[in-house]
Design a protein around this ligand. Structure first.
Ligand code: ASP
Ligand code: MG
Length: 462
């Protein structure tokens, strides 16, 4: 959704839930965060004036929302947009003047610039609610969410955040006023603006939800909850109605983009249910993520996958019975700052998967000191997830017999035993996901409708 429609939809979703005393957390308008980050990057090369010019179409988008949805509030909001533009100009001038900014200083300026996206959104949505006769208040999230100094990817300091959030928001809630806050942004104890990392507004919502011990944290996105598989591969994919925190976390790690693993953390710690709803279809399906879940009949809840994976295998006879080998091996990845995904080991070999191959040649050189190394590119990781995997016998056999003509490597079940993860050739990922989806979701459904039809026939005969 774009512009005024997005704000109208958000306002409607909030107004239909006034009785539940909502606290609202919003993101920047689509594409604005990218543009703001780009402007900081450009300022040192093309100068502040030119890089500001690239933002004007985004300020105009905000102004158009104001024109079409606001009347009483319009002058004040126009003023806010102008103020935001002026603040950004000053910051971009600093970048231009100080060309060779230190990394830390640049990151701090980036956060200050980029925070304007969320701040304008919360001001706008609060105004739209006010014009619709709801008592709403724009609250500066930076007074609530206190973080460490790690600009660009700051971590919340929970004690201070809980204290501040309650102090700022409880009086509003007590007087039936809806607080509207920007997600993604916070501040250090010294009052410097920080951000939680890209996509962080859901994380903010979970942090505020935890701080206020809310009954439920709802994430409104443009997809209909968590799906049984990627709908680009499997058009028959459908919304998973319920997931456990563990299942959702596994899916989040494996590329189900709706939920960032960090988002769930505050909710898990306090057992607060998280509901993922679709703003495109508010009465359609949603996924509820809770501490426990009923086993789904198939034992499998969803199939996630990730392409562009490289696998590396290190074989060394001297690993047999030796200690310290794995430490040395992982030190190599540590030195090259490369994250490792799936790991499996045998007595004499270790296989692992990587997303980021920027340092791969150097990594391979170092690994060769430890044993023989082989690399396979163009792999995909598939991950079949469900609490039922822990308790239902035969699921692994069903998975592998469904794709028995596809070569599988790097099989891992993980400590939680609720996922079965393995690598296959990237070119066959569509086929594999489709076949597994058919086996675990569609066949079951076809079986049910057949049984239903038979039942109807029997009734007709009776
Ligand atoms: N606006 C921020 C981003 O684009 C945060 C978010 O949308 O969650 O990353
Ligand atoms: Mg977002």
């Amino acid at each position: 959704m774009e512009g005024a429609t997005a704000f109208q939809t958000a306002a409607r979703i909030v107004s239909e839930r006034v009785a539940q005393r909502p606290v609202v957390v919003v993101s920047a308008m689509a594409g604005f965060t990218d543009a703001l980050l780009g402007s900081v990057k450009d300022a040192s090369t093309v100068g502040a004036a030119d890089s500001l010019a690239t933002l004007d179409k985004h300020f105009d988008r905000h102004l158009r929302v104001i024109e079409s949805l606001l009347s009483r509030q319009a002058p004040r909001l126009r003023e806010l947009v102008a103020q935001s533009r002026a603040d950004i100009t000053e910051l971009l001038k600093v970048v231009e003047a100080e060309g060779g900014l230190s990394h830390g200083r640049r990151k701090a300026i980036e956060d200050a610039v980029v925070s304007n996206g969320e701040r304008l959104s919360s001001a706008l949505l609060a105004a739209v609610l006010l014009e619709n006769d709801h008592s709403a208040r724009d609250v500066d999230a930076r007074r609530c969410l206190i973080t460490d100094y790690n600009h660009g990817s700051a971590a919340p300091l929970m004690d201070q955040t809980i204290r501040n959030t309650r102090k700022q928001l409880q009086p509003l809630l007590d007087s039936a006023t809806i607080p509207v806050l920007g997600g993604f942004i916070g501040s250090t104890v010294a009052g410097e603006t920080t951000t939680l990392g890209r996509g962080g507004s859901d994380y903010s919502a979970a942090i505020f939800g935890a701080a206020l011990e809310c009954k439920e944290i709802q994430i409104w996105t443009d997809v209909p909850g968590v799906l049984t598989a990627d709908p680009r591969l499997v058009p028959e994919a459908h919304t998973v109605p319920q997931l456990s925190f563990e299942e959702a976390a596994e899916l989040a790690y494996f590329g189900a983009k709706v939920l960032h693993p960090k988002t769930l953390q505050p909710a898990i710690e306090r057992s607060i249910p998280v509901r993922i709803c679709s703003s495109r279809n508010p009465i359609g399906g949603s996924t509820l993520v809770t501490a426990t879940t009923e086993k789904s009949s198939a034992g499998v809840k969803a199939i996630a996958h990730k392409t562009g994976v490289t696998t590396v295998q290190i074989t060394a006879a001297r690993m047999l019975g030796a200690y310290g080998f794995l430490r040395k091996l992982f030190e190599v990845f540590d030195e090259h700052r490369t994250a490792v995904d799936v790991v499996t080991t045998s007595e004499v070999s270790v296989s692992l998967s990587l997303d980021d191959t920027t340092s791969l040649p150097a990594i391979v050189d170092d690994l060769k000191q430890l044993g023989s190394v082989s690399v396979e590119e163009g792999r995909a990781i598939l991950c079949v997830v469900g609490e039922g995997l822990r308790s239902t016998p035969g699921i692994a056999a069903r998975v592998f017999s469904t794709i028995n003509d596809i070569n599988v490597s790097l099989i891992s079940q993980g400590a939680s035993r609720i996922n079965l993860t393995f690598a296959i050739e990237e070119a066959r990922v569509r086929e594999a996901v489709k076949r597994l989806h058919d086996e675990f979701f569609e066949r079951e459904l076809r079986g049910q409708s057949l049984a239903y039809a038979l039942e109807r026939e029997e009734q007709a005969e009776a």
